[in-house]
Write a new protein. Structure first.
Length: 670
């Protein structure tokens, strides 16, 4: 341990993040001791993403608004008494307390970014409280700890964090000279805590002084159990990283340590690359199956396989897991020799497709591929796109041969259909034509105002205009009075966002949406499908993530999908322009001859393309919209480093029509 304390040192945020990420032991271990283990990888610092600049700025603006609330209510601002250097951005707890004792009786006050450190249950814990308040109730002073979250939902980890701060403050009050203000002593019973969030009904900051103090007895008890000498945190610190359980799943998408877990799991060829639960992996290890290769090569008629199936905690289908292992190892180093295995394979014995056939009762099915982009900062829909078609042919992104013999991506998306031997000519076994169908794209072209009613109106107009255009284009494609329709989106979450947006904007709009996307009365069947669920159920894939970009990057039955498009007369590689947060899920890393990570200094290392970031969802992130609106920070004010590099990449995508094509590409699903 690098800390000098006799006790292991952790941050309050580490405790909250442990809860937020489903009690992930591996994440806690990698965050411990200032990310010491995570930094051992030679590429760690290069791959760690900077914080989302839009979320970071939104959080600051929210905290500034909360501070103005306190000032408007007459609270005195307690600032750092350290006059050396520039203005302080934090206030030490001892300094805060010392200045409180100088206040007059009845004077309410607050400190912002109050740093605190103390020992609890054998751990040295430090953190930074958003606000610490002194509030008088008649002649009695009380302390209030405030944790501010730019969130509209009540989260368990929010309460755990503020509970730990409350425990730290109470511990310091008990351990030190009694705190006396205006002749009144503040006991630890006079310390309460609140979490200030965003009001869901109007998107305004909740009033801190109007919040009811939380009953944190359960959270305090849970936190103490985590911090016990034989509790989870102590166990994780004592245990080697390789022995800790973990599962790679959707929760990992915004975890900074996925750049460690995914490449390391691939290097070690770990079973976790299949997204398996820890209980399943324990059964495999008990029976000698420790790597993906062990599972892929397992004799299913062996005693070991029988023992795995007989284990009461094993609830998976062993045959299907073996097929998934064979596909997943195709993207691992050194698997080119498995010529009978593929990056994508159709799973056997999983039933028929749940998607409707493209012809129903003699009528071509009108297929509507939807993409719903969600602005998570404003909790609103930012863009909608649809591709409507009834074509009987398959979408195809092909390649063309240049005069110099190079094969390069064809920027023009086409459709193709296989020809019979009799119809085929000497040069092609397929017939090609331009992409058929109609497109509808609508997105927010100006920034949100921050006014709840105005933004609800703007969101309503956006959705309403899209749905009206969508109905018109469906009729244009159908060209008949009646035709079956089916809607497709990559994840169900997109439909949930659309329903919530309609509900928030206008109840009539929600009714129209339900009528459009309702049930087939005779079949009691929804007329929309999640393509990611269909893919996950029926196919074994060579990557762990299940985002659209991840899945489409694989070679499907000999065909490769690419993202080169013709935009405003220019050929553009969308996977380059939208690298940040979307296409950066994989990267080339160096390994030495012994299978360990290497820095390519002498050119002798082996290079391989690794999956490095979790991407179970991959919609456009909020900074892309702010780049389009010219609302990102001025690059001249940002020092060189990862944040400036990220801002440059966001700004690259604001070229004319790039954003439209980026949104549309999600609806024109491969």
């Amino acid at each position: 341990m690098s800390n000098s304390s006799a006790h292991p040192s952790i941050r309050v945020n580490d405790i909250g993040e442990y809860i937020r990420y489903h009690s992930c032991d591996r994440r806690f271990k990698l965050a411990f001791d200032n990310r010491a283990l995570a930094k051992e990888l030679p590429f760690a610092e290069r791959l760690f993403n900077s914080m989302d600049p839009v979320l970071q700025e939104a959080g600051k603006l929210r905290e500034n608004a909360w501070e103005k609330q306190l000032q408007a209510s007459g609270l005195v601002h307690i600032e750092s008494s350290d006059s050396e250097g520039d203005a302080q951005d934090s206030l030490a707890w001892d300094d805060f307390i010392a200045q409180l004792t100088k206040l007059n009786p009845g004077q309410n006050a607050y400190g912002r970014e109050v740093t605190i450190k103390s020992t609890l249950e054998g751990f040295e814990i430090e953190g930074r409280m958003d606000f610490a308040l002194l509030l008088w109730e008649g002649d009695t002073p009380r302390l209030r700890i405030v944790e501010c979250k730019a969130s509209r939902k009540d989260r368990t980890y929010h309460r755990i964090q503020v509970a730990v701060y409350q425990m730290l403050v109470r511990q310091l009050l008990d351990a030190n000279t009694p705190l006396t203000i205006g002749g009144c002593t503040i006991s630890n019973d006079a310390v309460d805590a609140v979490v200030a969030r965003i009001d869901e009904s109007n998107s305004e900051n909740q009033e801190i002084l109007n919040l009811t103090p939380l009953d944190l007895e359960t959270e305090n008890s849970d936190a103490r159990k985590l911090l016990e000498s034989n509790g989870p945190f102590a166990r994780v610190i004592r245990t080697s990283l390789a022995e800790l359980n973990y599962q790679i799943e959707q929760k990992c998408d915004d975890c900074v340590f996925s750049v460690h877990c995914l490449p390391e799991s691939a290097r070690l060829r770990s079973l976790q690359l299949l997204g398996l639960e820890p209980s399943t992996i324990r059964v495999f290890r008990t029976n000698g199956v420790t790597t993906i290769d062990d599972l892929a090569d397992l004799d299913l008629s062996s005693e070991g396989a029988s023992a795995i199936r007989a284990d009461a905690t094993f609830i998976e289908n062993l045959e299907l897991l073996q097929e998934k292992a064979r596909a997943r190892r195709q993207t691992l180093p050194g698997n080119n020799q498995n010529l009978d295995e593929y990056e994508v394979s159709l799973l056997r014995n999983v039933g028929q497709s749940q998607l409707p056939t493209h012809e129903i009762n003699g009528h071509r099915l009108i297929r509507v591929y939807l993409s719903i982009e969600y602005d998570y900062v404003e909790n609103r829909i930012g863009a909608l796109a649809a591709h409507i078609t009834k074509s009987e042919r398959q979408l195809h992104t092909g390649f063309i041969t240049k005069e110099d013999g190079r094969r390069v991506p064809n920027p023009d998306v086409i459709e193709q259909v296989p020809l019979s031997v009799e119809d085929a000519d000497a040069t092609s076994l397929v017939e090609e034509r331009t992409l058929q169908g109609e497109d509808v794209i609508r997105f927010k072209r100006s920034p949100w105002t921050g006014n709840y009613l105005q933004d609800c109106s703007a969101e309503r107009e956006l959705i309403q205009e899209f749905l009206m255009a969508l109905v018109d284009q469906i009729a244009e494609v159908a060209q008949v009075a009646e035709a079956p329709i089916h809607f497709y989106m990559w994840t169900r979450g997109e439909m949930s966002n659309l329903v919530e947006g309609c509900s928030r904007a206008d109840s009539y709009l929600l009714g129209h949406l339900r009528e459009l996307l309702g049930c087939r009365e005779s079949l009691d069947q929804l007329i929309y499908s999640s393509l990611s669920e269909e893919v996950n159920r029926r196919y074994a894939l060579g990557w762990t993530g299940r985002g659209l970009v991840v899945v489409s990057s694989l070679r499907w039955f000999g065909k490769r999908y690419h993202w080169k498009r013709r935009i405003a007369g220019h050929e553009v590689n969308l996977d380059h322009e939208f690298t940040q947060d979307i296409f950066d899920f994989k990267s080339t890393l160096d390994m030495n001859a012994h299978g360990n990570w290497a820095q390519d200094k002498d050119g002798k290392s082996q290079k391989h393309r690794f999956e490095i970031r979790s991407r179970f969802t991959d919609s456009l992130s909020a900074p892309y919209w702010r780049a389009y609106w010219r609302k990102l920070p001025d690059l001249s004010t940002v020092p060189a480093g990862s944040l400036r590099n990220a801002l440059n990449r966001y700004n690259n995508a604001r070229q004319p029509r790039y954003l439209e094509e980026g949104v549309f590409s999600g609806s024109g699903m491969p």
